[in-house]
Design a binder for this molecule. Structure first.
Ligand code: HEC
Ligand code: HEC
Length: 389
């Protein structure tokens, strides 16, 4: 529901100029003039959007602990974290704000839910193209759902809920994994674990699901970089279907007082392209997919060796990505001579490293499913290039 696109225009709104010539006819508009643009434009009560200020503050216990300068002692089960009222389906408690990103990370084809919980009365300081500043005590949550084979039947399950908590000395990480016996999600230890999941037959048989260790969280959510990867302007600047009405996610957050100053007051806002929309031209589509699936490791502060100099962020011009006709450096066998060969995806190490099923596969997450929609966009884009910039 949340990804549905409905062409409904907000009153008197002005669209921004997107990066890379993205077709923005499905894009939201930001009304910088009206005091209450969403509500004024749609004739809807703003408090229908999300129950803020929080009725139940599900991060309260954790925040007390953090304030006492103690190491975070995570509750044993998701139920005792108090942010969800049920797991099948996952139902956020009042005060938990759901959001969606425009270019998501592919994780074995699972359905994801993303949530923010702010301490009562606290606000986020937004930025146009940099990281946002979150108040201490902010909780960010991401859930993963998949259909499993349970007693011979296809059954949807919430498999995992990952949590980030902003303590006085930085972000803390933990994850909760599905436990059949307790019918709840239980805290996964710091070392993580892998579980073999039985899938409905038409989807294959068994999927090895990795619940990451805290150390693994930090390979992607790098201490040296922006630890919050996608809760930022370019990822949330899009139309979202809230059930009764459709609004730009950022404008909607402004309307319920999430930002101080209001984000609409910052002027034109950038957006990353939708990697799955047929209406998006190939280059921004492919670059958005690479951004979502590769850039957390392949950027200057990323986990990949700096000697590679690969920078796959959406905002980096192609000439500066260190790909086009750049000799590959990895000693691994997969991949031709160059990282990217314009006009020839199959000769490009970048594509070969995505397509291989060996341990050299990129991204190196052990996922056994391939995101065909996104990968084909990358291949088509490389095939369409007639030279390097
Ligand atoms: C392979 C890289 C990778 C690993 C490992 C990883 N994450 Fe993430 N995570 C991402 C990316 C990329 C996003 C943003 C894109 C999205 O939401 O689809 C994200 C988003 C999140 C978010 C939403 C806030 C944000 O940064 O956008 C939370 C919360 C989160 N991850 C928690 C965790 C926790 C906890 C762990 C470890 C148990 C973990 N992640 C491990 C890549 C990773
Ligand atoms: C979890 C971190 C991580 C993610 C995510 C990741 N990579 Fe990598 N990548 C690495 C590391 C580490 C290396 C260096 C070692 C090696 O070659 O495997 C590397 C190497 C590479 C190389 C070899 C470059 C050369 O000069 O030989 C290519 C190409 C590459 N990655 C492409 C990608 C693509 C495309 C994606 C996304 C689909 C991706 N990577 C996602 C960590 C990552």
């Amino acid at each position: 529901m949340i990804r549905a696109l409905v062409l409904l225009s907000l009153n008197g709104c002005v669209a921004h100029t997107p990066d890379l010539g993205v077709d923005d006819s499905d894009q939201p508009a930001v009304d910088t003039g009206a005091t209450d643009p969403v509500c004024a434009g749609l004739g809807q009560p703003c408090d229908a959007l999300a129950p803020r200020p929080a009725v139940v503050d599900c991060g309260a216990t954790l925040r007390d602990l953090v304030a006492a300068d103690a190491p975070v002692s995570w509750p044993d089960s998701l139920a005792s974290l108090g942010c969800f009222e049920g797991t099948a389906p996952l139902k956020p408690s009042p005060g938990v704000l759901r959001y969606d990103v425009r270019a998501p990370l592919f994780s074995n084809g699972s359905d994801k839910g993303r949530y923010v919980v702010l301490p009562p009365g606290a606000t986020i300081t937004p930025s146009v193209d940099g990281p946002w500043t979150f108040p201490e005590g902010t909780l960010l949550l991401k859930s993963f759902g998949l259909d499993l084979l349970v007693d011979g039947e296809r059954a949807p399950r919430t498999l995992e809920v990952r949590v980030m908590l902003l303590a006085h000395d930085g972000w803390k990480f933990a994850t909760y994994g599905w436990d059949e016996a307790s019918q709840d999600l239980r805290l996964v230890g710091e070392k993580g674990r892998t579980e073999a999941l039985t899938l409905p037959h038409e989807d294959g048989d068994v999927l090895a699901w990795y619940f990451p260790s805290v150390e693994a969280c930090l390979t992607c959510h790098r201490k040296a970089g922006d630890q919050v990867l996608a809760v930022r302007t370019s990822q949330l600047h899009h139309r979202v279907d809230y059930g009764d009405w459709i609004a730009d996610e950022l404008v909607a957050w402004d309307a319920i007082g999430v930002f101080d100053p209001p984000i609409a007051s910052l002027g034109a806002l950038p957006t990353v392209a939708d990697p799955y929309s047929e209406r998006t031209p190939l280059e921004p589509r492919a670059r958005a997919w690479l951004h979502a699936n590769c850039a957390h490791c392949h950027q200057p502060e990323g986990f990949a060796p700096p000697t590679l100099a690969l920078d796959l962020r959406y905002s980096t011009p192609l000439a500066d990505t260190s790909t086009c006709m750049v000799p590959k450096q990895s000693g691994f066998t997969t991949g031709g001579q160059y990282v990217l060969v314009p006009g020839d995806a199959s000769a490009s190490a970048l594509v070969q490293r995505i397509r291989t099923d060996s341990f050299e596969k990129m991204p190196p997450d052990g996922a056994s499913r391939y995101d065909e929609g996104g990968i084909q966009a990358v291949e088509a884009w490389i095939n369409s290039l007639d030279g390097c910039p």
